[in-house]
Design a protein around this ligand. Structure first.
Ligand code: FE2
Length: 374
């Protein structure tokens, strides 16, 4: 347990109320094939589509959903424009961590007043199902936060999207909701972005980790977790710290060509079942050495789960004052060593698994060394 600070939640003064994550949009080279991957391997339903057939000429988008997790995968249909430029520079990655709000105009105005950089002013999109008001502000790198108001909309997702019929039925793996989304920023920039979330959005610093806690022989990182008032939005922000060799954050920044979303943690109520299903469909996870399981229960205390299946699948355990959590991390899901996923099951704990960082980083470094980047 490596909790340095745990400030009072009363310190949060939300600039505007956020109901939760509305969607996460990825800009990818081939949205059709990415959708097939997320459907076949992760069990997402492909619910809706927007593209030339629905009157949008320059891009194709697929809406995927499992539980409350909603992904949009978008590809450009030509080399022009910002989507193609984003993919050329970053590879496949997260463009938008969208907030669901009740009043997008008010939220946007307040965010801009407090110093947010505008991506676009509130815009009203309509179709026969009503209207959605959507604005967007910039965050680290080329990542944005759309601000989505859908109280006057009864359609499936956003105007222009049409129901999509899949040739195959999806088989969900028990994913429930987005627990947190982690950003990697450059050395020396963590506090700047912590300041942004605090000043502009009124988030508070839930937890902090320094390089003494998150370090191995070779590399280190520092991290601060920013949260909105109701805790539905949690953004840890990482920056690299000096080590003997290149840190995993540096490797990310090199390959993503700048700051961006490092991982998305998705919650499940049964991590053993979820991970077993994902593995059987080819999703690859980081492995910790079996010796990790020799001492884990001494560290975290009693847990409900059998240790055997956890060890077999490589699921990690950590605890804090309020309970424990189970977690596991995938390998990067594209050829660039950039975005990956975390599967997390919380049993009371509100922390992020700092007690596992050392074992985990040693595992990441083995992969990094194989890529010649350590
Ligand atoms: Fe995480």
């Amino acid at each position: 347990m490596a909790t340095v600070t745990q400030p009072d939640a009363a310190l949060a003064h939300d600039t505007f109320p956020i109901n939760g994550t509305d969607y996460i949009e990825f800009w990818v080279g081939n949205a059709r094939q990415s959708a097939a991957y997320y459907q076949a391997a992760w069990g997402y339903d492909v619910l809706a589509y927007r593209g030339p057939e629905t009157g949008v000429r320059d891009r194709a988008s697929y809406l995927l959903q499992q539980g409350k997790v909603r992904f949009v995968l978008t590809s450009p249909l030509g080399p022009e424009g910002e989507i193609a430029a984003h993919i050329y520079k970053h590879g496949d990655g997260v463009r938008d961590l969208a907030f669901w709000v009740d009043d997008a105009r008010d939220a946007y105005t307040k965010a801009i007043e407090r110093g947010a950089r505008s991506v676009h002013a509130p815009r009203v999109d309509t179709d026969e199902d009503g209207e959605v008001v959507i604005a967007a502000i910039a965050t680290y790198g080329d990542t944005i936060h759309s601000i989505v108001e859908r109280r006057n909309y009864k359609g499936l997702f956003l105007p222009g999207f049409r129901p999509h019929t899949s040739a195959v039925k999806s088989n969900p793996v028990g994913l429930k909701y987005v627990d947190h989304c982690v950003g990697n920023v450059e050395l020396g920039k963590m506090n700047e972005w912590v300041g942004f979330y605090s000043r502009v959005l009124g988030f508070f610093n839930l937890l902090s980790f320094d390089d003494k806690q998150i370090s191995t022989e070779y590399s280190a990182l520092m991290s601060k977790v920013m949260s909105n008032g109701n805790g539905r939005i949690k953004f840890p922000i990482n920056e690299p710290a000096a080590g003997k060799k290149k840190s995993q954050i540096d490797e990310y920044l090199d390959y993503y060509r700048g700051p961006g979303v490092q991982h998305i943690a998705v919650a499940t109520d049964d991590i053993v079942k979820t991970v077993r299903a994902l593995k059987s469909r080819g999703v690859e996870f980081l492995q910790v050495p079996q010796v990790y399981y020799d001492t884990v229960l001494q560290r975290v205390g009693k847990i409900d789960e059998e240790i055997g299946p956890l060890a077999e699948l490589g699921i990690l355990v950590d605890s804090d004052d309020e309970g424990y959590l189970l977690q596991i991390f995938t390998k990067p899901v594209q050829d660039r060593p950039t975005l990956f996923y975390e599967i997390i099951q919380r049993k009371g704990a509100k922390s992020f698994g700092a007690g596992n960082f050392k074992a985990l980083f040693e595992s990441i470094e083995r992969e990094q060394a194989l890529r010649g980047n350590l």
